[in-house]
Design a protein around this ligand. Structure first.
Ligand code: FPP
Length: 284
């Protein structure tokens, strides 16, 4: 008997058999087949970590880890776009990185970013990816700001995945900027008594106003921290931590993270699917 089009077998474990998007390699296709395409996260945020440790293990300078991290960015971005994830946000450079790392490493990262943007725009366009940024970009070197604006403009017509790079980003600064913007807007529009602060107005004033909140946050290199990343927006996100160091991360690891996400039951503070209400009020 032929299996039903939806299922590998009628008995035992049901394996979904849906069309694998073009461009996925053999390993990616194998993981993708286990996913439910109707329940893909709409927004994935990634804390790229472990570049320094990757380099140290190879007795190489830290910057070699950052250089190797670009291949991981490329693979992750392309795979996410191929499976039609609507939004991907990468934490590339925090405000703390700027202040706490040697100037040589910071300037290397700036050059790497500039080169990435110049080299990657054609691929972003081929994959219909629109580039955006979050973070205090006015504090970045002027030439980097110009390159960023050029790349944003060159991809602004794309209608597929939104790739947001967090550069000189801090979630606490983002909240401070949002509150300041709200106060300024109120004082210019009838006075401070017109200030309205609720969850929607805060969200509308964050750098991420162009994005839905992430459903899934991935952190590489095994660290269990949010490191001042999207603190407001990650309120209900599922967290996936992998021991893989960022330079070793590829599209297939992203798909594994999504498979893990699909095993979770998202409750948003509610009850489990199986936790039926008690038939009578519990006696205390
Ligand atoms: C964290 O590793 C990584 C960074 C601070 C920089 C991320 C940059 C890249 C992945 C390369 C370029 C990015 C783009 C978007 C082109 P770490 O140095 O903190 O590693 P460690 O914790 O092992 O020291």
């Amino acid at each position: 008997m032929h299996p039903l089009p939806c299922c590998g077998s009628l008995l035992g474990e049901v394996t979904l058999q849906h069309k694998v998007p073009t461009g996925l390699d053999h390993k990616e296709a194998e993981v993708y087949r286990k996913l439910d395409p109707a329940r893909l996260p709409k927004h994935i945020a990634i804390i790229m970590d472990g570049n320094g440790r990757w380099a140290k293990r190879r007795h190489m300078p830290r910057v070699a880890g950052h250089r190797a991290g670009v291949a991981a960015v490329r693979s992750t971005v392309e795979t996410a776009a191929r499976i039609h994830i609507p939004a991907l946000t990468l934490y590339a450079f925090s405000e703390e990185n700027w202040k706490k790392r040697p100037a040589t490493e910071v300037s290397f990262l700036m050059r790497l970013l500039s080169r990435y943007l110049r080299a990657e725009v054609p691929t972003l366009n081929e994959n219909n990816i629109r580039l955006e940024y979050i973070g205090r970009r006015h504090e970045l070197p002027v030439d980097v700001q110009e390159r960023m604006e050029w790349a944003r403009e060159a991809t602004s017509h794309n209608t597929g995945m939104v790739l947001t790079l967090a550069l000189n980003y801090s979630a606490r600064s983002e909240l401070v900027d949002a509150f300041r913007a709200m106060v300024t807007a109120a004082s210019q529009n009838g006075g401070i008594e017109h200030l309205l602060i609720d969850e929607d107005s805060v969200s509308r004033n964050l750098y991420t106003r162009h994005l839905p909140d992430p459903d899934l946050v991935v952190r590489t290199s095994g660290e269990m921290r949010l490191s001042n990343f999207l603190l407001w927006q990650l309120a209900y996100a599922e967290i996936y931590v992998t021991p893989t160091l960022w330079p070793d991360f590829r599209g297939v690891q992203l798909l594994e993270g999504i498979a893990e996400y699909q095993k979770r039951e998202r409750r948003y503070g509610g009850l489990n699917h199986n936790d039926h209400p008690a038939p009578e009020i519990a006696k205390v």
